[in-house]
Design a protein around this ligand. Structure first.
Ligand SMILES: [Zn+2]
Length: 162
């Protein structure tokens, strides 16, 4: 029996099930990491822009992409591009809500001028208070900063605006 051709839409849907290994509640698509998909027969070229050059897990991401697309009968090639560099503005609204739900304050939208938002107040993902203090500019990964909420006393991390 001849196999029905896979559509690009199905490829995007499958990629939306591949979670960010750093933050497993959000997908690579929701994080804006997957930039483009080019489908030609059973071959698919996936272009991705990693969130932060210092972040590990790149090979893990590539492997997960290849495995997921192999389930559709596709042979995936993953290409990385840093031009333009990844922007935290690309994180979808759905992903921002999910980051917050796991206690990770989403980065401010900066429209290209991220220096301008570095001093913007960060709201606590637990109680929404802006009464928060930066404790450490390097969290568990170089992409995150550690804050403490002076209102509910919860420490939390913020994803750095990039
Ligand atoms: Zn709080």
């Amino acid at each position: 029996m001849e196999k029905l051709a896979v559509t690009e839409q199905e490829v995007w849907a499958a990629l939306d099930e591949v979670m960010d290994p750093e933050i497993p509640v959000v997908s690579l698509v929701q994080m804006g990491i997957i930039r483009a998909v080019a489908l030609q027969g059973q071959q698919v070229l996936v272009t991705m822009t990693p969130t932060f050059s210092g972040c590990p897990a790149l090979e893990v991401m590539e492997e997960h992409i290849r495995v997921r697309l192999a389930e559709l009968g596709l042979e995936a090639t993953v290409e990385k591009t840093l031009d333009p560099p990844w922007s935290s503005d690309w994180i979808s609204d759905a992903a921002r809500a999910k980051l917050k739900s796991v206690g990770l304050a989403p980065p401010h939208l900066h429209g290209g001028d991220f220096i301008a938002v570095l001093d913007a107040p960060i709201s606590c993902p637990y109680c929404d208070s802006f009464n928060t203090t930066l404790k450490n500019s390097f969290g568990t990964t170089p992409c995150r900063m550690i804050y403490v909420c002076n209102n509910c006393q919860q420490p939390f991390e913020q994803f750095k605006p990039l």
